[in-house]
Design a protein around this ligand. Sequence first.
Ligand code: NAI
Length: 330
Amino acid sequence: MRIAVFSTYRYDQDFLERFNTGHELTFFSAALNELTVSLTEGYDAICIFVNDIANAAVLEKLAENGIKLIVLRCAGYNNVDLLAAERLNIQVLRVPAYSPEAIAEHAMAMILTLNRKTHKAYNRIREGNFSLEKLMGFNLFGCKVALIGTGNIGKAFYKILKGFGCRVVAYDPFPDQELQAGGLHYDSLVNALHDAEIVSLHCPLNAESLHMVNAESLKLFKKGAMLINTSRGGLIQTAEVIEALKSGQLGYLGLDVYEQESSLFFHDRSEDVIQDDLIARLISFPNVLITSHQGFFTNEAMEQIATVTFENVDAFAAQKVLVNQVIAPR
Ligand code: NAI
């Protein structure tokens, strides 16, 4: 198949070329959106990532250009209008799980960095400053962690938390029976958040979860708690989280995702004046750690993304059962 691959960097191209099962790939560094959709003329399929936009207008144009397949190089699909895709007979396939441990381990890296301030110690020591002032952390052993979402990543993260001896309370509208049988305590969202010292989000972004962390829900956290979001930026109401950081209600924030990330993340903006005042404010806090959607970025995850992406394309081309198809909710 002839596939237009959007939002690619050298590392994407390397892995996709290495695992290609014989398709004709054209790499575009540009993201898919209403301005770039015209590039898809002459292709059979497109391959996109987290910040590409496949809304109804883009999908209409894709259909006009003869695109029959969208392969997502990611698990989340909140950037695709599934109802419009269905109406236009465009199949949407994703990579449902690629090394969930990669993201879970990144979430723990964020917790440890924020807590034990190793990033600050690293810089201090390089400047000959061996003081411990303001580097004090807290024990993770015994602390209450609200685990929001116990799918692939939440499950992997739970195992890590258990290893650290944390007291985990989970919320998921569909509790995992195996985890429950293994001793994981599920509760309502309110009870899970109540008095939590760490809240970690591992659920998809949808109408129900949009801005689930907001001024109201932040009041439930223990004062000075830590919030970690490696899922989707829209899960948190950023302006209200900033207020909670200013008041001290929130003591630490670790973000691998940001609601307006598409114009910033993955790009080198070091010579630009950042126009987004919310992220500029977030960057200014000493107790905020932001990474640029890199939770997935391990060798193992990249291999799996490339492998499953081509399995998806091959299944479509051979008219086999599409096990990784995403369909619009009924
Ligand atoms: P999954 O589909 O395996 O699990 C999601 C879980 O969330 C399910 O158990 C579901 O029942 C639960 N859930 C649904 N609505 C919920 C709600 N309102 N509150 C609490 N739980 C809810 O998904 P997976 O693979 O574990 O991914 C989780 C999130 O991580 C997704 O948002 C995904 O987009 C994001 N992600 C981030 C990456 C990164 O690089 N930072 C990479 C891969 C995924």
